[in-house]
Design a protein around this ligand. Structure first.
Ligand code: HEC
Length: 303
C-alpha cells in the first residue's frame, strides 16, 4: 500500500514536471539569437517570405499571423500570435532558430525550407509586428480574380503617369493621364464576376466610381495647386482600392509620405520607391520622401 502511494506520488511529480516544462516560455539559445540576418528586409524578400508563409505556416498561424489559421483549433497548443509586441523583443536570429527547430506541434522547417527561405520568412514575420518607424506591409483584403485585378494595372499605369507629370509640373500631361485614369476606372466599374460576393462587388463598383470622379476632377482642374489637391484625394481612393482588391504588378507598390507637401502638412502618393521625384514638389526641391507602407501584390491562397 505504502509502495503504491509512493509510486503514485512519484507519478504526480513526474507529470507536474512534464507540464511545467511544456508551459515554459519558448526561448532561443543565446548563440542562435545572436545570429545576424544576412538578408535585407527588402519588399522583394518580404514578398518571398509571404509566399512561403502562406504555404507552410498559414494553416496554423493564420493569414495575418494572429494564430487563427484553419488548423489552429485542432492543435493541443495555441500557435503564437506573431503580431504580439513580445515578438519585438526577439531577435531575427531567435525567430530563425524557432522556425528552424520548431516545437511540438509546430514542425521543424530545417528540411522543408532552405536557409534563405527561412530568412525571407523571418523578414515577413517581422513585418507583421512592425517595430516603430518600420514600414507597414499590406496584404489585399479579398482574393480578387485575375481578370478584375488586370483593371487595377490599367488604373495604376495611368496614375503613375499623372504622378510623373505632376513631379515635372507638366500640367497638360497630367490632365491627359488623368483622363486615361478615368477611362480605366470606368471600365473597371463595369466589370463583374461570380467569384465575389454581392457586398464585395458593390464595394468594387463604389470605389472605382469614386476613382472616375477623382480623375475627372483632376483632368478639369485649372491650376497645378488644384491638381495636386485632387491627386492627394485620388491617392487615398486608390490606396483603399489596392488594399481591398490587390494589384497585379510583379513588385510591391510603395506608399510614400512627402512631408513637405502642402506647406508642411504632408501628403501621400503611390510609387515604386522613395527615390523618385515627389508629385507634390517641383523637380528642384525634392527631399521629402519617406516610405510608409508596401502594398504587396495579390496572390491566390492556393499558389
Ligand atoms: C502545425 C501548426 C504550425 C505550423 C504549420 C507552424 N507553426 Fe509556428 N507555432 C505553432 C505553435 C503551436 C506555436 C507555439 C509553440 C510553443 O510555444 O511551444 C508556434 C510558435 C511559433 C513562433 C514563436 C512565437 C513566439 O511567441 O515566440 C514562431 C516565430 C512561429 N511559430 C513561426 C512559424 C512559421 C514562420 C511557420 C512556417 C514556416 C510556422 N510557425 C508553422 C504552430 C505552427
Amino acid at each position: 500500500m505504502r509502495l503504491f502511494r509512493l509510486s503514485l506520488l512519484f507519478l504526480l511529480i513526474v507529470s507536474a514536471l512534464a507540464l511545467a516544462s511544456d508551459d515554459e516560455a519558448w526561448k532561443a539559445p543565446k548563440r542562435h539569437a545572436r545570429k545576424k540576418n544576412p538578408i535585407e528586409a527588402t519588399a522583394e524578400s518580404i514578398s518571398n517570405g509571404r509566399s512561403a508563409f502562406m504555404k507552410e505556416c498559414m494553416s496554423c498561424h493564420g493569414e495575418k499571423g494572429r494564430g487563427d489559421g484553419p488548423a489552429a483549433k485542432d492543435l493541443e497548443k495555441k500557435p503564437g500570435d506573431l503580431t504580439d509586441k513580445s515578438l519585438l523583443d526577439q531577435t531575427d536570429g531567435g525567430l530563425f532558430w524557432k522556425i528552424t527547430t520548431g516545437r511540438t506541434p509546430m514542425p521543424s522547417f530545417r528540411s522543408i525550407l532552405t536557409d534563405e527561405q527561412r530568412w525571407h520568412v523571418v523578414n515577413f514575420v517581422r513585418a507583421l509586428a512592425p517595430r516603430e518607424n518600420t514600414i507597414e506591409i499590406i496584404t489585399p483584403e479579398f482574393d480578387t480574380p485575375e481578370h478584375m485585378r488586370a483593371h487595377v494595372s490599367g488604373i495604376l499605369e495611368a496614375y503613375f503617369n499623372v504622378s510623373n507629370a505632376l513631379s515635372r509640373e507638366a500640367t497638360d500631361n497630367a490632365q491627359c493621364a488623368a483622363r486615361s485614369l478615368a477611362t480605366a476606372a470606368n471600365d473597371a466599374s463595369d466589370e463583374t464576376t461570380d467569384d465575389l460576393t454581392e457586398p464585395v462587388l458593390a464595394s468594387w463598383a463604389e470605389v472605382s466610381a469614386e476613382l472616375v470622379k477623382g480623375a475627372t476632377r483632376l483632368s478639369t482642374s485649372e491650376s497645378l495647386a488644384d491638381m495636386r489637391r485632387c491627386f492627394s484625394d485620388l491617392t487615398s481612393t486608390l490606396n483603399t482600392f489596392v488594399r481591398k482588391f490587390g494589384h497585379a504588378e510583379s513588385d510591391p507598390i510603395a506608399l510614400i509620405h512627402c512631408g513637405k507637401a502642402f506647406d508642411g502638412d504632408g501628403a501621400e502618393w503611390l510609387g515604386h520607391d522613395d527615390g523618385a521625384s515627389s508629385p507634390y514638389l517641383g523637380p528642384i526641391d525634392n527631399d521629402c520622401n519617406k516610405m510608409v507602407a508596401w502594398l504587396l501584390p495579390a496572390q491566390s491562397k492556393s499558389d
